[in-house]
Design a protein around this ligand. Structure first.
Ligand code: HEC
Length: 144
């Protein structure tokens, strides 16, 4: 009889312990899964124009008054006349292009520079991802 009395609380303790352990393990797993599901679409939808500009930065500066590099300074380029940055030696092809850099002409040029301005001396293959071009042009538009 004495043995039985000791054994019963022990069982209760075991049951209680097992129950709480289970919920403790389950909770963090569920949280992680939710976070992963939420993080994925946000990460793919948000293409950063500023990050994308890293592809241009070897040749272009955007800060106001910064010197031209291999390519002209792109400060305020959205809305600016083509080949109009002071002191930059453009190719004959770029000088002949004419017009203004707006969202549409920039989008086409950045997708395939040599197709839009055959003979351009901008040695850049282009950006295939339309969303990235859009983000980059949006960011360039803010640099003025
Ligand atoms: C390897 C160097 C290089 C890279 C990288 C490069 N460019 Fe250029 N870019 C040039 C040169 C050189 C010119 C002048 C082209 C000409 O005269 O034909 C130019 C011209 C331009 C023009 C026309 C400017 C004007 O005043 O009419 C724009 C816009 C432009 N680049 C945007 C970009 C963007 C945005 C990127 C990044 C996605 C980029 N470039 C990457 C070298 C580069």
């Amino acid at each position: 009889m004495r043995k039985f009395v000791i054994f019963v609380p022990a069982l209760f303790a075991l049951a209680a312990c097992g129950g709480s352990e289970q919920s403790e393990i389950a909770a963090p797993e569920a949280e992680t899964a939710t976070e992963a599901v939420e993080a994925t679409p946000a990460a793919t939808a948000e293409v950063s124009g500023e990050k994308s500009f890293a592809k241009c930065a070897a040749c272009h500066k955007v800060e106001k008054g910064a010197p031209n590099g291999v390519g002209p300074n792109l400060h305020g380029i959205v809305g600016k006349a083509v080949a109009s940055v002071d002191g930059f030696a453009y190719s004959t092809a770029m000088k002949a292009k004419g017009g203004v850099w707006d969202e549409a002409t920039l989008d086409a040029y950045l997708e395939n520079p040599r197709k839009v301005v055959p003979g351009t001396k901008m040695a850049f293959a282009g950006i295939n991802n339309a969303e990235e071009r859009k983000a980059l042009i949006g960011w360039l538009e803010e640099q003025k």
